[in-house]
Unconditional design. Structure first.
Length: 634
């Protein structure tokens, strides 16, 4: 028995030794694996993991630049940015944060569920209370959307309890109000928010445009000059703790924001406001689809006013305004149309410049004319009439105009069309500007020259039409229209602008002669014989010169000229003896005159606009009345 016991013990010791060796091997393998893993992590993967960890605990915070302001020629604000606040929360962190605050101060801080109710019910009340204490003088601050009237407790509660990582509770909050909210509800994050203000509402919106909530230009100058108005955002890098908040003192790599450029326009806000009102009234009284007007400085080509009807208010209820027929955009530069007889001034200038006629030459004008197989008539039936060249345009005779154009010739006429800028965008600096259309000389067919000299078969914008008359008012030199007067960077330095291009279209003598001839259009005569087509455009005490236009629109069904739908135009110069302003008007298919009278005339609107301008700028009366012009020889 003893012997057997020893053998058993020996066997057990041997087994234990083998098992121990196995365990030892395993331990060594594990230790070696850990050492290899540690070596790999530290030497091979270490730098990458370190970078990843750094990225996880750092954040780059954008510091937005202030958008540049836009003012008129007198420094009146048209568009600017004011600083406000938005109120936001991080719902996924909110419960933990509230619980920690409650545990630290159970007697003064409510539990999370109760605290959410306090915020949901209290925030609208706090905003309402702050609104009621606002100084009435601050009513135009533009921050009315911070009012608690638009904030509902149910909406706040839903956002506080959502599963999202970020929710905006209220936008456009006055900074002082936001500070009170932060003191009352530290759970709410207060963030800077820039609000674009348009203090004049719909006035000049067709020029200024608007921006989106993301501070991006959408229309007008806000769009075309967006990159320069925006400036360049800055940034800073911070470390972020486990609670998602920046660690104090960890800010580094700071790059300051560069604010956007500030723009001074050539617009006169007072003129724009008044003329925009007149244009809207003209549209309503005439029953037109739209009404539009532009005013240029006769010498510099600067845009003094540029008005369109039904202009939208960018700070109003956009959806409601769109439903009411209000529009974005700027028809003065974006829409092209056939000008009609208002463009006959090109033919007149070419004929005088080329020496093909004189103002007093008497032409025996028949009731119709054949041009390359196309028969063209005047708007009224008549036999042969002894119209002077002045009378051809004062009476707006298509036949007489084509007789003179035939003397000028196709190639020469084409040269003047180009010099007057037809078919060429003015590059004013506004988006979506049309070039208009005029067929190239190589594409002219037999009937082309029967249309172009009388303002048909080509199209132009209202701004291009005004530019034609500006050239004649400026001694024959067309200056490219401009609307940006100056640009200043964030440091107050002037940003150089390209000088407007100048083109000599006709000689000063020709320009003076044509302007004087077209005074006949506004001439009145009780007998009607020596009366022009727009005596109602005349202004007592001033000489005026201009031209009416009536152009048939295309019928969308027949694709032929309509006999009932027209573009009604007028372009004029005042004073004619010492030009100061060029005013161009276009009505889209009016039913009556712009003053509500019979006919389809734009002349009364020209008179009203120009009368106000001459008075507003204290332009002296003409030294003498315009001489009596002979339109029809006796």
């Amino acid at each position: 028995m003893p012997g057997n016991s020893w053998r058993t013990l020996d066997f057990g010791a041997a087994g234990f030794g083998r098992r121990g060796a196995a365990v030892l091997v395993i331990v060594l393998v594990v230790v070696l694996a850990l050492l290899l893993r540690l070596t790999w992590v530290q030497l091979v993967k270490g730098p990458e993991l370190s970078a990843m960890a750094s990225e996880q605990r750092t954040a780059v915070i954008t510091e937005p630049a202030h958008r540049g302001s836009i003012v008129d020629r007198n420094g009146q604000r048209l568009s600017y940015t004011m600083e406000a606040r938005s109120l936001s929360v991080h719902p996924h962190l909110l419960d933990t944060y509230m619980q920690e605050r409650h545990e630290m101060n159970p007697d003064t801080v409510a539990a999370p569920d109760q605290r959410i109710e306090e915020i949901a019910e209290g925030l609208p009340d706090l905003l309402n209370e702050s609104d009621s204490q606002t100084d009435p003088d601050d009513a135009d601050s533009g921050l009315d959307s911070s009012s608690g009237d638009g904030v509902r407790a149910d909406d706040i509660r839903d956002k506080l309890t959502s599963d999202s990582t970020y929710e905006v509770l209220v936008r456009d909050v006055d900074p002082d109000v936001a500070e009170k909210v932060s003191e009352e509800f530290p759970e709410i994050t207060v963030e800077r928010q820039d609000i674009r203000q348009y203090p004049n509402g719909a006035v000049a919106q067709n020029v200024i445009g608007k921006i989106s909530r993301d501070n991006e230009g959408q229309f007008g100058l806000e769009l075309s000059q967006d990159s320069r108005l925006q400036g360049t955002n800055g940034s800073r890098t911070v470390d972020v703790g486990a609670n998602g908040l920046a660690i104090p003192g960890s800010t580094r790599d700071r790059h300051p924001a560069v604010d956007g450029d500030a723009y001074e326009l050539t617009l006169d806000l007072e003129a724009q406001t008044y003329i925009q009102q007149l244009v809207q009234q003209a549209k309503d009284r005439s029953g037109a689809e739209s009404a539009n007007a532009v005013v240029l400085d006769a010498k510099t080509g600067e845009v003094v006013a540029m008005a369109t009807s039904d202009t939208i208010n960018p700070q109003g209820d956009i959806d409601r305004q769109l439903a009411e027929g209000k529009v974005f955009g700027n028809r003065v530069v974006q829409d092209a149309y056939e000008p009609g007889s208002v463009a006959k001034v090109i033919t007149a200038a070419a004929a005088i410049e080329e020496g093909k006629t004189t103002p007093d030459e008497v032409l025996q004008v028949p009731g119709s004319i054949d041009m390359s197989g196309v028969t063209v008539k005047d708007a009224w039936d008549h036999g042969v009439v002894p119209y002077t060249t002045t009378g051809v345009f004062g009476k707006s005779s298509n036949v007489g105009t084509l007789m003179l154009a035939d003397r000028v010739g196709e190639e020469s006429f084409w040269d003047y069309v180009q010099k007057f800028g037809i078919g060429q965008a003015t590059d004013l600096g506004l988006p979506s500007e049309t070039s208009g259309y005029v067929p190239d000389l190589s594409q002219w067919s037999g009937g082309t020259f029967a249309n172009l000299p009388i303002g048909q078969g080509m199209s132009m914008s209202l701004l291009q039409m005004a530019s034609i008359y500006q050239a004649l008012a400026n001694d024959g030199v067309r200056v490219t229209p401009s609307i940006i007067k100056s640009v200043t960077d964030a440091a107050g330095n002037d940003v150089p602008q390209d000088e407007p291009e100048s083109v000599e279209v006709v000689s000063p003598e020709t320009a003076r002669t044509v302007v004087d001839m077209f005074r006949a259009v506004n001439q009145s005569d009780p007998t009607g014989v020596q009366q022009g087509t727009a005596p109602t455009a005349g202004i007592e005490g001033y000489q005026t010169s201009g031209k009416t236009g009536t152009a048939q629109q295309i019928d969308p069904e027949t694709r032929a000229y309509s006999n009932s739908d027209y573009w009604i135009t007028y372009a004029g110069i005042a004073p004619a003896d010492d030009p100061r302003f060029v005013v161009a008007i276009m009505l889209d298919d009016p039913e009556r005159g712009t003053d509500g009278s019979g006919g389809q005339s734009a002349a009364p609107l020209f008179r009203d606009i120009t009368s106000w301008l001459l008075d507003h700028y204290n332009v002296p009366l003409s030294p003498e009345a315009a001489p009596r012009l002979t339109l029809e020889a006796q």
